[in-house]
Design a protein around this ligand. Structure first.
Ligand SMILES: *[C@@H]1O[C@H](CO)[C@@H](O)[C@H](O)[C@H]1NC(C)=O
Ligand SMILES: *[C@@H]1O[C@H](CO)[C@@H](O)[C@H](O)[C@H]1NC(C)=O
Ligand SMILES: *[C@@H]1O[C@H](CO)[C@@H](O)[C@H](O)[C@H]1NC(C)=O
Ligand SMILES: *[C@@H]1O[C@H](CO)[C@@H](O)[C@H](O)[C@H]1NC(C)=O
Ligand SMILES: *[C@@H]1O[C@H](CO)[C@@H](O)[C@H](O)[C@H]1NC(C)=O
Length: 345
């Protein structure tokens, strides 16, 4: 009897383990995150007082501008103004962290969740695959080098890395810049690019002690103002699906090889398609066009002068970028996603 009891107990423990292995207790806890280290392109870049105007938080790819001193980094401030992001208002990383959302200048050091943002507007994954947009554009694989070489010894080493989240949103320029490549070659090409993201950016960050990684998949670029007017949008939904599947595949492979990592893909594509299908709950009224005078600072306060609706009502800020309202919507949904993941759901 005792043996049967023990066997039943063993079975019960095994069953409990099996069911808990479906929902492992996550090491990642959003409420405890104190640092967001971000990499990517214009969707993610924030302006810094030490940055390349309209392109970066700090430095550029130009000779002598790639590296920076500890003093330059520590005195650098996030600028929130009309040209402080690629959407004339707070973007998703600023809303998510609450760091730099107020007009004017904010030191990341003064934020409850510090935002260290090395995204560079116009970035592709690597110049190995696609040409730089400008001679000053820092590609993703070099953003992580820049961070690890000059910022890690200054701010990184002071972080409790279990409270740091590394966020990477990349591919928007890559898929745009390669959209005229032969279609049949694209799935393999995307796979090569995302492989480089993990080998050259994620792995070195992981080896430097960062364990929590958030990847964002591609937004519905097949539904930009120009694309909704085309019979054959470029990039199209199929292409974006190829990229997003490859991203999830690489995340899963990286997770399997690196058990101490906590890797998440946030499905921005599904969420934003939902916003485009039903924009009203988000205060968005125009999903098919943007205000042609988006670059005039006065358009924010006097849109009628330019024949536009208030900029907040447009999903798209311009030909390639989402507006501030879409950034706010994504940040709110992302917080819910991160909380669910923290609860093991
Ligand atoms: C925004 O801030 C930057 C950096 O301080 C400055 O160069 C630029 O003129 C400001 N833009 C506007 C529209 O105020
Ligand atoms: C950027 O990264 C690539 C790939 O590792 C490398 O070949 C290149 O030298 C880097 N650029 C700089 C300025 O370090
Ligand atoms: C999108 O483009 C790809 C690559 O050219 C092509 O294979 C695919 O059929 C297109 N999808 C649609 C829905 O047109
Ligand atoms: C969307 O915005 C464009 C540009 O301002 C305007 O021409 C168009 O009428 C608007 N569409 C809707 C449905 O509001
Ligand atoms: C993608 O390419 C189109 C067409 O050249 C352009 O209008 C759009 O701004 C680009 N998107 C981004 C994010 O730069």
């Amino acid at each position: 009897m005792a043996r049967l009891g023990a066997a039943i107990l063993t079975l019960a423990i095994l069953a409990a383990r099996a069911s808990s292995s479906c929902v492992p207790k996550p090491r990642f806890q959003w409420d405890e995150i104190k640092y967001l280290v971000a990499f990517g392109d214009s969707y993610t870049f924030v302006q810094g007082t030490a940055g390349y105007p309209k392109y970066s938080f700090i430095g550029s790819y130009l000779p002598g501008e790639f590296g920076f001193s500890p003093e330059k980094l520590l005195s650098n401030k996030i600028v929130q103004n009309f040209t402080g992001t690629a959407n004339a208002g707070p973007n998703w990383v600023e809303v998510l962290t609450g760091c730099g959302t107020e007009p004017g200048e904010t030191s990341p050091l003064a934020c409850d969740v510090q935002l260290w943002d090395f995204a560079f507007a116009g970035a592709d994954v690597s110049e190995e695959f696609l040409p730089l947009h400008h001679d000053y554009t820092v590609p993703l694989v070099n953003q992580t080098q820049q961070y690890l070489t000059w910022a890690e010894p200054v701010v990184g080493r002071r972080m409790d890395k279990s409270k740091a989240l590394v966020a990477i949103w990349i591919g928007i320029n890559d898929i745009n810049d390669s959209s005229d490549f032969t279609g049949a070659l694209l799935p393999k090409f995307y796979n090569t690019l995302i492989n480089a993201v993990f080998k050259q950016s994620v792995k070195p960050m992981y080896e430097a002690g960062y364990k929590n990684f958030l990847f964002i998949n591609l937004p519905p670029l097949d539904r930009t103002a120009a694309n909704v007017r085309k019979e054959r949008p470029l990039p199209n939904k199929t292409m974006i699906g190829w990229w997003n599947k490859a991203l999830e595949r690489h995340r899963r492979a990286f997770q399997a090889r690196n058990r101490a990592a906590e890797t998440l893909v946030y499905d921005a594509n599904s969420f934003l398609n939902g916003v485009l299908d039903d924009p009203e709950p988000y205060g968005i009224k125009n999903t098919t066009s943007f205000c042609p005078s988006y670059a005039e600072p006065e358009v924010l306060v006097n849109p009628a002068k330019y024949g536009c609706q208030p900029l907040d009502e447009y999903f798209w800020y311009n030909s390639g970028h989402m507006g501030t309202q879409a950034h706010k919507a994504i940040a709110a949904d992302l917080v819910e996603f991160l909380k669910r993941r923290s609860a093991g759901q």
